[in-house]
Design a protein around this ligand. Structure first.
Ligand SMILES: *Cc1c(COP(=O)(O)O)cnc(C)c1O
Length: 225
């Protein structure tokens, strides 16, 4: 069941890449394991998945400990992170997908022992969500990170509203792509911004068509598992 779901999702990514004249090698499937236990996560690791995400600090640490024998796994923290939890997690992850405030950046700068690959979370649909920066604030925010040598802005991340139709999804995701272009054109060594983390179970094919390089898929992987 899990293997079938995984293959189906990979095929869907491939098809969306073909539609958009992209190479499927540009897109990384990140398995969001927040709804399953470590045993199911391990089955995914056995199937060759190497990118795992959790949205809670304690759950990520638990899964990472359970899967410690799979040394090539990269760990992604995707949820919003409270400042007081930064020290517990920041040196245990490979990617942080929800950087959205200067105070959080300052705490990461203080606690990180190496440079952390961060996605700045952008609130593209403005009214819907409390998390993420408004697009208009992005440029100033990126400039403010210039003195923080522990933070590398590898890309931008967004979550589309659950009730958006396909046309709206195309618009949201292409707006994130435009924001990415804006950051790339700032030409800052600490903000190469080559990646786009967008697309979940119900919208990842559209996200891939609009340029996603990391898709974060949870429920779709575990249907019936
Ligand atoms: C849960 C979650 C996902 C995955 O959502 P599904 O609908 O289960 O695919 C992706 N991104 C974030 C930030 C999440 O919290």
């Amino acid at each position: 069941m899990l293997a079938d779901n995984l293959n189906e999702i990979k095929e869907t990514i491939k098809l969306a890449c073909t539609h958009a004249h992209r190479s499927e090698t540009e897109v990384t499937l990140v398995a969001v394991t927040k709804s399953v236990d470590s045993e199911v996560a391990e089955q995914l690791a056995e199937l060759g998945v190497e990118d795992f995400a959790e949205n809670r600090v304690d759950k990520l640490l638990e899964k990472k400990a359970a899967l410690k024998n799979y040394s090539s796994i990269k760990w992604h923290l995707i949820g919003n992170l409270q400042r007081r939890k930064v020290k517990l997690i920041i040196n245990n992850i490979d990617y942080f997908h929800a950087l959205d405030s200067l105070s959080l950046a300052e705490e990461i700068q203080k606690r990180a022992e190496k440079t952390i690959s961060c996605f700045v979370e952008v609130n593209i649909s403005a009214e819907e969500s409390k998390h993420g920066l408004r697009k208009e604030k992005l440029k100033d925010f990126i400039n403010q990170l210039s003195t923080m040598d522990k933070i590398r802005v590898v890309g931008l991340m967004t979550m589309a509203p659950l009730n958006a139709d396909d046309d709206e999804l195309h618009t949201f995701f292409s707006e994130l792509k435009d924001a990415q272009t804006m950051v790339r054109e700032m030409n800052l060594p600490y903000a190469p911004c080559t990646d786009l983390s967008m697309g979940m179970s119900n919208d990842f094919p559209i996200a891939v068509e609009e340029g996603a390089t990391f898709v974060r898929v949870g429920r779709g992987l575990f249907r019936g598992a």
